[in-house]
Design a protein around this ligand. Structure first.
Ligand code: FAD
Ligand code: UDP
Length: 380
């Protein structure tokens, strides 16, 4: 569709939009792309001054490609998701590696054979380290919390060194107060595999995320720097798709859903390399959890280098839903309210209060699209 043909771009046209989409992150952009490809009239409204949501990337003053909202590494086991996104970007293979600063050493995280050998001055084999973990593991009847997950696998010493401090800092909660799913994101290995992820597909968009989003939204009108609440009454539309925080949509009528926030401190250094790997975690020292160096992640060659420090915060922009039973309970009340609004679809990490990675949000958006397309067909 050329710019000229697009019905969405005729301001005089009084036909309502089929879909008004709030948010130009992965959830909103994938739905906008799919629905537009079906010939629907779509408008995206984004309150920030850019597309891409938290996956947005841009060049800093030194000309280094950075992720302003923290390091975003793409990984998925789904060939379908990878193929879908491949329509909008080429890829650069990248396997992320993380070191943790513990007891004065930088050791592989996830904990693996080399981590244990380095930390305890041992020379165990893969078989022996399995026994090492088994001898320290605590029996936990039912694995419910983020503490249970770790102590039942590797015992309390490694739990304290790698997980307890990091989690308290990141979430402002002890691991015993968080669902098992949080620390279960990070496995334990008896091999020397030091990759952070083991997914089948691990790659970065070759020209960055923002370019990927530009391609997704090529045929879609987008209003930037616009809060949907300021314009919703002025834009006739048949259906609303909302990808912001669900509690805010309902004016926090049941109280605020907790989200964890971060402050990002970006720095550029006049040296080619700053640290030995893409991310270094600091479980036990400092106010920040981790430091990431973008050139490892993006593959960019540059005489300078830029890094970001992540400082967890209770208040600020909502970045992480906080997985624990009372929050799930509160979310369910908002979800029930959402069901009374057939004119609105809620999708994405904040709107469905799920600690989702990018590929999971894309999968959720594509499933939502299929449902909406099915409904539209049923109505014809
Ligand atoms: P978002 O990207 O948050 O998009 C929602 C959009 O809605 C935002 O742009 C927001 O401005 C807009 N919006 C909200 N309210 C309004 C309003 N009232 N009016 C208009 N617009 C509004 N995932 C990975 O797979 N790999 C990683 O390495 C990774 N690292 C991460 C690191 C950090 C620090 C964080 C916070 C997340 C990370 N993620 C990672 C997760 C990833 O960011 C999300 O899965 C994904 O970006 C969520 O997409 P979304 O569209 O649901 O939400
Ligand atoms: N975690 C930890 N120590 C680490 C890395 C992770 O305790 O060195 C825990 C912590 O609770 C963290 C969770 O595992 O929030 C998930 O880690 P991940 O790296 O997946 O977090 P994200 O990249 O989503 O911030």
């Amino acid at each position: 569709m050329s710019e000229h043909d697009s019905p969405a771009r005729h301001p005089a046209d009084t036909e309502p939009f089929d879909y008004l989409i709030v948010g130009a992150g992965f959830a909103g952009s994938v739905l906008a792309e799919r629905l537009t490809a079906d010939g629907k009239r779509v408008l995206v409204v984004e309150k920030r001054a850019h597309i891409g949501g938290n996956a947005y990337d841009t060049y800093d003053d030194a000309g280094v490609l950075i992720h302003p909202y923290g390091p975003h590494i793409f990984h998925t086991n789904s060939a379908d998701i990878f193929e879908y996104l491949s329509r909008f970007t080429e890829w650069r293979p990248y396997e992320h590696r993380v070191l943790a600063s513990v007891d004065g050493q930088l050791v592989p995280m996830p904990i693996n054979l080399d981590t244990v050998n380095a930390l305890y001055g041992l020379n165990l084999t893969s078989f022996e380290v399995e026994d090492f973990f088994a001898s320290r593991a605590e029996e936990v009847e039912q694995i419910r919390t983020s503490e249970d997950v770790v102590v039942s696998k590797v015992g309390r010493d490694l739990y304290r060194k790698f997980f307890q401090g990091y989690t308290r800092k990141q979430w402002g909660l002890d691991p015993s107060e968080l669902d098992a799913s949080v620390t279960a994101r990070v496995p334990t290995r008896t091999t020397r595999d030091d990759r952070y992820f083991t997914d089948t597909f691990q790659a970065m968009p070759r020209h960055g995320y923002t370019r990927l989003f530009q391609n997704l939204l090529r045929d879609v009108p987008v209003m930037l720097s616009t809060d949907y609440r300021d314009v919703i009454g002025l834009i006739p539309h048949r259906h609303l798709i909302f990808t912001g925080p669900i509690d805010v949509f309902f004016d926090q009528c049941y109280g605020a859903l907790p989200y964890r926030s971060l402050t990002f401190k970006h720095e550029t250094h006049a040296t080619e390399v700053f640290q030995p790997t893409g991310t270094v975690n600091y479980p036990n020292d400092h106010g920040y959890t981790r430091v990431s160096e973008f050139k490892y992640i993006t593959g960019q060659q540059h005489p300078q280098t830029s890094v970001v420090y992540e400082y967890p915060q209770a208040h600020g922009d909502p970045y992480y839903p906080v997985p624990r039973p009372e929050n799930a309970e509160l979310y369910r009340r908002y979800e029930a309210l959402a069901k009374t609004r057939p004119d609105v679809t809620f999708v994405g990490r904040l709107a469905t209060y799920r600690y989702y990675n990018m590929d999971q949000v894309v999968a959720q958006a594509l499933a939502t699209y299929r449902r909406l397309a099915g409904l539209a067909q049923g109505a014809d």
